[in-house]
Design a protein around this ligand. Sequence first.
Ligand code: URP
Ligand code: ZN
Ligand code: ZN
Length: 486
Amino acid sequence: MALLIRGGTVVNADRSFRADVLVDGGTIQAVGENLDAPAGAEVVDAGGAYVMPGGIDPHTHLEMPFMGTVAVEDFFSGTSSALAGGTTMIIDFCIPGPGRSLTDGLDDWQSWAQKACADYSFHVAITEWTERTSQQMAEVVDRGVTSFKHFMAYKGALMVDDEILFHSFSRCRDLGALPMVHAENGDAVFLLQQQLLDRGITGPEGHALSRPPHVEAEAANRAIMIAQTVGSPLYVVHTSCREAHEAIARARASGLRVYGEPLIQHLVLDESVYWSPDWEFAASRVMSPPFRSKEHQKSLWDGLLAGSLQVVATDHCAFTIQQKKGGLDNFTKIPNGTGGLEERLKCLWHFGVNTGRLTPNEFVAASSANCAQIFGLYPRKGVVQAGSDADLVVWDPKASGTISVKTHHSKMDTNVFEGIRVEGMPAVTVANGKVVWRNGQLDVQRGAGRMIQRKPGSSATEAQAKVNERTRPEGVRRMVSTQQTP
Ligand code: URP
Ligand code: ZN
Ligand code: ZN
C-alpha cells in the first residue's frame, strides 16, 4: 500500500526543505511539494515534524557469544528496539566462533538474523591468519560483506597481533574492503588488570583503571600507521577519548583515509559510574573502552563538528545483571557491553541538536548518511530522495520523554540512560515502506528485515587505490618508467 508523509520538513545531510514524501513498494517514489495521495494510500501527517532518513547503527552485537555467555538481545528484540528509536538498519559483527571459518561464521550470523524486523548487514571479524582466511575474505566480499573487524584487545580470545593486522589490512586493500579496529592495547590491558587484581581491586572501578585513554590511543596510532604502511583506509570503532580522536584527526590532516566512530554512550555518560557503591549499577555500565571523563566527551563532540569523527554508533551488546554477576568478585570477568539501540537518536538529538553542538543536517550525517556512505549503502540508504529505500523517521522535535528500563523494548533489565529526559522523539518510523512505530506502539513483523548486500570498491576504497598508485613503491616505479618512455 502506498504511503504519503505530508506536510513535514525533509532533513537530509546536505539540506532541509519543505516536502511531502510518497512511498510505495518499499521505495521512495517522490519527494516534493503538494504531492497527491494515490487512491487508498495511507497518509501520515508530519506537520511540525522533520522527515529524515532512518538511523543506521553500524555497530551492534546481537546474540553474540562473548566472555563465556551470549548477549541477550536477539535479532528480533534488537531490531524492534532500533525501530522504536527511529533506527531502520543495523550492521552487526559476525565473529566466527572457535573452529568456525569466516564463511561458517557468516552462515551462523545469517541464520540468527532471519528473525530481524529491520534491514541489516554484517562486518566479519578476523581473529586468526591462515591461507584459508585470506581466501575466504574474498568469498565474504562476494556475499556482500565488505568490511572486516580486528580486535586489538581481549588477549587470549579475539585479540590479533600486528602481523595479522598487516596481512588483513593488505588483503582488504586488494579486495576494495574496509578494515576496522577495536583500538586498545590488549597486552597493556592484561598487565594492568593483573596489577590491579594483585592490589585487591576487584570491583568495576578496576575496569576503568585497567583501560586508560593512552592504552586506546597507542592502539589507534599503531593501527593507523599499519594502515598507512600497507596503503589501506581504516575505520576506528568506538573512539572514546581525546588522544585516540587526535590520532584520527592527525591522520586525516596528513592525507590518510581514516574514519572515527564515537558511541552515544561515550558522548553522554562519564566514568564516575564505575565508582558507584551500587555494584549492579556500575557493572551494568562496564564496556570497552570504558566511559571517560567530561574532557574526552567534549573532544568527541568537537570531532563530530570538525568532521574528524563521522559516525555515532552504539556498540549495542546487551547483558543482564545475572550475566554481569559472572564478574562479581573479579572485574575482568564482567561481560563487556551496554545498550543504546533505542536511545541513540534521542540522545544524539537532545544532547547534540538541542544544545547547538550539531545542526539537524549534521545529526542526519552522523546518525545515517555518513555511515551509508562509508559502508557502501548510499544512496539506497541514508537519504530521503526518490529511488532510495523507504526507511524513514518522522521526528517530533517538541515531544519529550524520560528514558527508562520500564518502557524500553530491549531485553535488558537495565538501561545506561535511565532517568535521562530527552526532547525530540521519533513520532513515526517507516521501514521498507511500512509504518512500524507510531503513537508509542510497535507494529513489526518477525523476519521482515533483509540482508543488504554491499559491493566492494566504494568511492573511498577506489580513491585509496589511486593514492596507492601515485605514492606507493610499485606505483611510483610505474610512473617513473612511464615518464622515461618517449
Ligand atoms: O564492551 C564492548 N564494547 N563489548 C562488545 C565487544 C566490543 O568490544 O566491541
Ligand atoms: Zn570493541
Ligand atoms: Zn563492539
